[in-house]
Design a protein around this ligand. Structure first.
Ligand code: PHE
Length: 393
């Protein structure tokens, strides 16, 4: 069985990492000193803003673990431009307003030269405008909504976008599962969920499938009875659920109790060890994702081994993307003529064929990355590699 994401097996090396970086779990009162230059003599500061607590806590924690491994690895090689890297992480509790506070503090008080974050698209859409306005480059490891990088020339990502992910899901359902009649159930309050729902529905219809009903819910909802009853009455072959893992676990349990045994299929937002909380309710269910820990490429296996020996759990896609975002940032810092926002953004934008754990990363003209996509099957709560999907550019 896949080890759960807990601190049970925290090794000495993980403790060293925890001590080496300043993880701040709450944002107390802070007096911003306004924008200023970084101190060019000490370590290079980078900021991570993340959901370390709340209903998407594994997103922030896994990402932070991945980033810390990258920082440790880079520092062991001598850092960047002869200086050590120092990571400052703030918890936004999964809230947009806390996100703005965290990003503002990282830039104005801590004077970070770059930001990593967020996972959830709605929170990248809250933090991104602050980074853009203050001229500090930001790399989202895993926000897939197209609007995130459209914020401006300081905002990048190292993952694919949802138009591609929606198409890949549609193709897998029609061609691999051979299911033609579906319903969707999505969170209208999350940019990711509503965006991916739309991209999926458009692609599924364009490929000849039928979507009988689209049901929605909102942040914090945990009773999906009315929506699931409507879906049951519609008589469909599957439900597409482009949500986050906490929602998916609840939806799966409630669907099974209502007697709905059809597969649920979703996207990367499912990626969490907490899917195990659904027990067998998610068997015969699938989601599109950025990576599989079973991928035998040497980059993947080296990362999985290192992560497991440090944290005692199998890295999910968030951990891999956090690691890749940080490593790509260090590579760009080394190439940048200076660490000023414009110079650094220019170096990130020029990244080509960077060998990441999640695949080769080339930053395109829209500051996005074209990446490969996998389908994972949930087997007793653990993700198993099921298929690679090619949907073209
Ligand atoms: N893609 C999701 C979003 O944009 C976040 C996510 C990425 C969640 C990867 C899980 C794994 O909100």
């Amino acid at each position: 069985m896949r080890p759960m994401l807990t601190r049970r097996a925290v090794t000495r090396s993980a403790l060293t990492l925890l001590l080496a970086s300043a993880t701040v779990f709450s944002l107390g009162a802070c007096k911003g000193k306004g924008k200023g230059k970084e101190d060019a003599t000490g370590p290079i500061k980078i900021g991570h803003y993340a959901s370390m607590t709340g209903s998407e806590a594994t997103f922030g924690r896994s990402t932070d673990n991945g980033i810390k491994l990258a920082v440790e690895e880079q520092n062991a090689k001598g850092g960047v431009k002869g200086r050590k890297i120092s990571l400052i992480t703030y918890d936004n509790q999964g809230k947009p307003d806390e996100t703005v506070t965290a990003v503002t503090r990282l830039i104005d008080s801590d004077k970070v030269v770059a930001l990593l974050g967020e996972v959830a698209s709605s929170r990248s859409l809250a933090g991104g405008p602050v980074a853009q306005r203050k001229g500090v480059p930001m790399i989202s490891p895993s926000s897939t909504n197209p609007d995130v990088t459209a914020i401006g020339d300081m905002i990048f990502r190292v993952c694919f976008i949802d138009e591609f992910q929606g198409k890949a899901g549609a193709k897998f359902i029609l061609e691999d599962l051979k299911l033609k009649r579906g319903a969707t159930l999505y969170n209208r309050a999350q940019a990711y969920s509503s965006g991916l729902n739309g991209f999926f529905v458009d692609a599924f219809k364009a490929m000849g499938g039928e979507i009988v009903t689209q049901q929605a819910f909102s942040d914090g909802d945990n009773d999906f009875g009315a929506q699931l009853a409507a879906i049951r009455d519609a008589g469909v072959d599957f439900i597409y659920v482009p949500g986050y893992y906490t929602e998916v676990v609840n939806i799966a349990g409630q669907a099974r109790r209502l007697g709905l045994t059809i597969p649920l299929i979703g996207g990367d937002g499912w990626d969490s060890a907490e899917l195990a909380n659904a027990g067998d309710a998610l068997n015969n269910c699938y989601f599109t994702n950025h990576y599989s820990h079973e991928d035998q490429r040497p980059e993947v296996q080296a990362f999985v081994k290192k992560y497991q020996s440090t944290y005692g759990s199998v890295p999910d896609g968030l951990a891999a993307l956090g690691y890749d975002a940080a490593m790509l940032l260090f590579d760009a810092m080394e190439r940048a003529p200076s660490l000023d926002g414009k110079d650094l953004a220019g170096a990130i934008a020029a990244t080509k064929g960077f060998a990441g754990v999640t695949g080769s990363i080339t930053i395109d003209a829209n500051r996005n990355a074209a990446k490969s996509i996998v389908v994972l099957e949930v087997v007793n709560g653990a993700p198993k590699f099921r298929a690679n999907v090619n949907v073209g550019p």
